[in-house]
Design a protein around this ligand. Structure first.
Ligand SMILES: NC(=O)C1=CN([C@@H]2O[C@H](COP(=O)(O)OP(=O)(O)OC[C@H]3O[C@@H](n4cnc5c(N)ncnc54)[C@H](OP(=O)(O)O)[C@@H]3O)[C@@H](O)[C@H]2O)[C@H](O)CC1
Ligand SMILES: [K+]
Length: 449
């Protein structure tokens, strides 16, 4: 399972708006469908490698893409069969089907599948789960599957958890990725997601993570200008120690761990917490990390209140998120919240819609960047920017990796610059490091060289 880096992600409505803008700029819908069909044909040609291809066409323009692909594949000499659910319901699809000169079989008469099945049944226009009888027919088919735009049967906006009867080996996203490609549970059914640019402009869209940038310090950098991070450690020393070490490993030049007598790395300055308030006033501190290893209680509330009063850029994790919530949006500040599923549900009860919708709502409410963690981590900024981190790294599903991410967010935030960019860089660093370590990863490995 994979998605292209730094690719646009559009909802169905945004897709239609982008399509309309493209048409207004002079490209016809027929041309868009021809480009889409050509991209499907090219991908199918490569996947089939000369073996027979079965194309399943639905009633809408997703089906239209399928008819265009069938015609182009036949023109190249591929062995193509087409099966349709019903007659085309759109003018574009009717024209595409009319241009296909081969036979069109009834889908429920298709016996067993083909080496390559092109799923052009439904795309972003699916309005309800696929009917059981059709689902049963599809489940009987065997062969590798290329899904056109999305695997048929899923809600492309990622709001409903309808699952597709045909799990795709490859999904060819047309014009932009869709939320369902980067959100669970549907992302697991998309296989390798490829993007077919068809002339749709998606500049203001949500995006998938960019490739992790290299962090080579500039020649004039010194330990403080690389960023000084203050980690306020709670009673659970290990978690705060992981966060402090991660801040160093992720590029901070100077890390102070308050509230601990010792630290995981000698380069970390371990201090007792008597002077936490004083250290918050140190102008060199570029970011404060609170939450790792810090259960709810008076001491945490005191630390969070002091940190909020200081106006310093903040990374808040776990119970520190709840402690800060009442005051977060009162004054604009750079802040990154890093809740996992349970912490998000506790902090933002009643949030609804897709994970992207909920992350955006939380960012708006708190006026902070929200890193809504999971295998399908979503990063949302108060100004509407969104980054999707799917598929992340499966090795991160282990204790302590959240503490490491909080520390990495501190490092990126302490460098100065935009809080959303800092969170994106931290999540990218975290995933790249985990992918490099791989099987057997424990959180301590993420902070070892
Ligand atoms: N956006 C672009 O730039 C381009 C998109 N292309 C392709 O077009 C599809 C979207 O096409 P659209 O016609 O809007 O929708 P679909 O093809 O997904 O299908 C909608 C039709 O299916 C019917 N429907 C919906 N749900 C079901 C269901 N569960 N069972 C049966 N039928 C269903 C629906 O009718 P209803 O009125 O019953 O809802 C429609 O008839 C996009 O995904 C791309 O593949 C262009 O080709 C290229 C540019
Ligand atoms: K499809």
């Amino acid at each position: 399972m994979s998605v292209p880096a730094d690719a646009p992600v559009l909802t169905a409505d945004a897709m239609r708006a982008a399509e309309a803008a493209c048409v207004a700029a002079g490209t016809t819908l027929a041309e868009l469908m021809e480009r889409a069909g050509a991209a499907v044909a090219d991908t199918a040609w490569r996947m089939a490698a000369g073996a027979p291809i079965l194309i399943l066409c639905g009633p809408g323009n997703n089906g239209g893409d399928g008819y265009v692909a069938a015609r182009r594949l036949a023109e190249r000499g591929a062995a193509v069969r087409v099966a349709a659910l019903t007659d085309p319901a759109t003018e574009l699809a009717r024209a595409a089907r009319a241009a296909w000169t081969g036979a069109v079989e009834a889908i429920d008469a298709v016996p067993s599948g083909a080496p390559l099945i092109v799923d052009a049944l439904f795309g972003v226009g699916l309005s309800r789960p696929i009917a059981d009888d059709l689902a049963a027919v599809l489940r009987r088919l065997s062969g590798r599957v290329l899904a056109v735009d999305v695997p048929s049967g899923i809600d492309s906006d990622g709001g409903a958890d309808w699952m597709p009867p045909l799990v795709a080996d490859v999904t060819l996203a047309l014009g932009a990725l869709k939320p369902a490609h980067v959100l669970l549970p549907t992302a697991r059914s998309c296989g390798r997601v490829l993007l077919a640019p068809i002339g749709i402009s998606a500049d203001r869209a949500m995006r998938t993570l960019p490739r992790a940038p290299s962090q080579v310090p500039g020649p004039a950098m010194h330990k403080f200008s690389r960023g000084m991070v203050l980690v306020f450690g709670g009673p659970m020393r290990g978690a705060a120690g992981l966060a402090a070490a991660a801040a160093l490993r992720a590029g901070a030049g100077y890390v102070v761990l308050d509230g601990s007598e010792s630290a995981t790395l000698l380069a970390i300055i371990a201090e007792s917490d008597e002077k936490f308030g004083e250290r918050l006033g140190d102008p060199r501190v570029g970011a404060v990390v609170i939450g790792p290893g810090f259960p709810a209680g008076e001491e945490l509330l005191f630390a969070v209140e002091a940190a909020l009063d200081s106006g310093k850029p903040l990374v808040l994790d776990a119970a520190a998120i709840d402690a800060a919530l009442p005051r977060l949006s009162e004054t604009p500040r750079k802040a990154i919240l890093t809740p996992h599923e349970g912490e998000f549900a506790r902090a933002f009860p009643g949030a609804y819609g897709s994970k992207i919708d909920r992350a955006k709502a939380a960012a708006t409410r708190t006026q902070a960047v929200v890193v809504y963690k999971g295998a399908d981590t979503i990063i949302a900024a108060p100004d509407g920017r969104v980054a999707a981190a799917w598929p992340g790294s499966p090795w991160l599903a282990t204790a302590g990796t959240g503490d490491v991410l909080a520390g990495a967010c501190g490092a990126m935030l302490a460098r100065g610059g935009d809080a959303f960019d800092a969170a994106v860089a931290a999540v990218g660093w975290h995933i790249a490091r985990a992918a490099h370590i791989g099987p057997g990863l424990v959180a301590d490995d993420l902070i070892r060289d």
